[in-house]
Design a protein around this ligand. Structure first.
Ligand SMILES: Nc1nc2c(ncn2[C@@H]2O[C@H](COP(=O)(O)OP(=O)(O)OP(=O)(O)O)[C@@H](O)[C@H]2O)c(=O)[nH]1
Ligand SMILES: [Mg+2]
Length: 246
């Protein structure tokens, strides 16, 4: 059996203090993993730092975009790169060190059993470190509401720490997802589960960012709640499933 190739997509916008320690930890976590940083021309020089580091590290790649274009399209640019370059396992992770790379090998092993694996804060053993109470309540309510309205069984629909198989990305047409941020995350879970693929959850401890500023506005969570309702009322047309998992 040929070894499966894995890519971690790291969307970054002004993560200069985080990006190189994070990429070093990811590369050390598993020798089969490569990284694509999708940087939106960060004014703090994040992209330049990755560019320099990539010259002496063949597993570190950089995709620069002209300006801040949002998290959803950064994921899509990464998916396109991963599919075009023959990767079989495609991860997404936040670039602010909230997602600990120590879970990557565990998630990779779980991909032997599942088509998609989520690093989950809301399964036994998972959790969130140092979040203010209002943010915890909002996030767990958002997940409860999403599960209920969309009738999906995944516990953490808005975790950005996840892995998709190539087959999943080829089947669910992520390029037709128009929403960004949290909406993009739950909508992908919805599509993957509706298409009949198996989704596993691995408990993770989500660590609050220690450096740099948050880029996602909390208003996005209200927008996502609205989008969930719209998706429940008018589910997107999904392409037919290509065939059973073998
Ligand atoms: N390329 C790109 N990356 C982005 C954009 N917006 C956010 N990001 C990155 O996406 C990841 C998640 O964003 P965060 O700001 O950490 O969002 P969050 O985790 O909800 O907020 P905090 O908990 O406050 O960190 C980080 O790596 C950001 O740098 C964007 O427009 N383009
Ligand atoms: Mg963050």
């Amino acid at each position: 059996m040929t070894e499966k190739r894995a890519l971690v997509i790291l969307p970054t916008y002004n993560e200069a203090e985080n990006v190189l320690p994070l990429t070093a930890d990811i590369l050390a976590a598993d020798p089969s993993i490569e990284i694509l940083v999708v940087d939106d021309n960060s004014p703090d020089g994040t992209g330049d730092m990755v560019d320099v580091a990539g010259k002496s590290e063949s597993r570190l790649h950089l995709l620069r975009r002209a300006g801040k274009q949002g998290l959803g399209t950064a994921y899509l640019a990464g998916f396109r790169y991963g599919l075009e370059n023959g990767f079989d396992r495609i991860f997404t992770m936040d670039g602010d060190r909230s997602h600990n790379p120590k879970y990557l090998p565990v998630m990779l092993r779980a991909m032997d059993e599942h088509d998609m694996v989520i690093g989950s804060r809301y399964v036994p053993g998972g959790g969130i470190e140092n979040w203010p109470v209002h943010r915890r309540i909002l996030s767990s309510f958002a997940n409860f509401y999403t599960r209920l309205l969309l009738r999906i069984t995944v516990n953490d629909c808005t975790s950005g720490y996840r892995c998709y198989s190539r087959e999943v990305l080829e089947a669910v047409d992520p390029f037709s997802v128009r929403s960004s941020g949290y909406s993009f995350l739950y909508e992908m879970v919805f599509r993957v589960s509706r298409a009949g693929f198996s989704i596993g959850e691995i408990p993770i401890l989500f660590e609050q960012r220690v450096a740099g500023d948050s880029k996602i506005d909390s208003s996005e969570i209200y927008f996502a709640a609205w989008r969930v309702l719209m998706t429940a009322l008018r589910p997107p047309e999904l392409p037919p499933r290509k065939g059973p998992r073998v």
